[in-house]
Design a protein around this ligand. Structure first.
Ligand SMILES: [Zn+2]
Ligand SMILES: [Zn+2]
Length: 322
């Protein structure tokens, strides 16, 4: 259901409508519509407005600006490096500092501000990829593999499955950074969010709808679609698509096989094992609570490193993004 800040009678990322909510970022497992008041970064509010319609009670929170809540609690939104607008929330109350990370990553992302390492007493961290097996390679390497596959298959198009909020824009921005300046074609479900990113100051270059473009013109191009469209009727309009998918789960071969993915790209917007353990060491809190994923291994790591920690089981989170 999210995390309740009891003295302020306010919830963080509640999964059902409440009177007052602080929302870390726009993914559906964190942002829900219908709260009386929604405090979030301006970009997250813009994303929520697109997804849930404009709501009353939107209260913008700028990064690094402390906000007084009820009951003597102060909240400060800090960059989390996860997707555009994403935030960790620092809570200060009775001389204690608590950070709720929401989702985060440490690897660079041209579409959002980097995670801000901030000292605190209690650090509540996500653990989506909290197993040592999860090591995300540098994104430049994965983009390079994508571009090589395209060059090797001039008759086909490369169809990349990527979540519509965050992953798609990051893949596009990284393709641009790698020098790919040709048009990138989009599934209709991607268009609104890509436009929103551009309005928020993230340039994505020449984007075009894939619909209506003759098959022959799409040979040798890159097309981005939601993961659900990879193998559905929609993709039959494309010239013999070489299916790729950008997800941290692509590290697990079986997952790639299940989805019929020819080119698994290990690209994640969540911290991998290294990033999780490095972050806990850098933030260096007196206590760590682990949630939202695989808690056990990270809990063991904390114990081995003489760090106080406990696993928090939160219900209602099924990650939208990975
Ligand atoms: Zn997320
Ligand atoms: Zn999440």
């Amino acid at each position: 259901m999210g995390i309740c800040i009891v003295p302020a009678d306010t919830w963080i990322d509640p999964s059902r409508a409440v009177k007052r909510a602080l929302v870390t970022h726009g993914h559906a497992d964190h942002a829900r519509g219908g709260h009386g008041q929604t405090m979030a970064t301006p970009a997250t509010l813009a994303i929520m407005a697109v997804r849930y319609g404009v709501a009353d009670g939107a209260a913008p929170a700028r990064y690094h600006e402390p906000i007084a809540l009820a009951g003597g609690v102060t909240a400060t939104f800090l960059p989390a490096g996860h997707v555009l607008g994403s935030a960790q929330i620092l809570l200060e109350y009775a001389g204690e500092r608590v950070i709720v990370t929401g989702d985060y990553k440490r690897s660079p992302d041209p579409t959002c501000l980097p995670f801000a390492v901030t000292p605190c007493d209690l650090f509540i961290t996500e653990a989506t990829f909290g197993l040592p097996v999860f090591r995300h390679p540098p994104i430049a390497d994965e983009i390079e593999r994508l571009l090589r596959a395209r060059a090797a298959n001039p008759e086909r198009c490369v169809l990349v499955g990527a979540y519509a909020l965050g992953k798609a824009q990051r893949v596009i921005a990284e393709l641009r950074a790698a020098g790919w300046d040709a048009p990138i074609y989009l599934h209709g479900a991607m268009e609104t969010m890509c436009r929103l990113y551009e309005e928020q100051g993230v340039p994505l270059g020449d984007l075009r709808p894939a619909v209506g473009v003759p098959k022959s013109e799409l040979a040798g191009t890159i097309v981005i679609c939601p993961p659900s469209a990879l193998n559905d009727r929609w993709s039959r309009r494309l010239p013999d698509p070489l299916t790729a998918m950008a997800s941290g789960w692509m590290r697990v071969r079986q997952r790639a096989r299940q989805r019929g993915v020819e080119l698994p790209l290990v690209i994640s917007d969540h911290a991998d094992w290294n990033e999780l353990t490095t972050t806990i060491a850098e933030v260096n809190p007196a206590e760590t609570w682990i949630t939202h994923g695989r808690e056990e291994a990270l809990l063991r790591w904390c114990e081995l490193h003489q760090r106080r920690a406990r696993a928090l089981a939160l219900t209602g989170y099924e990650d939208e993004d990975d």
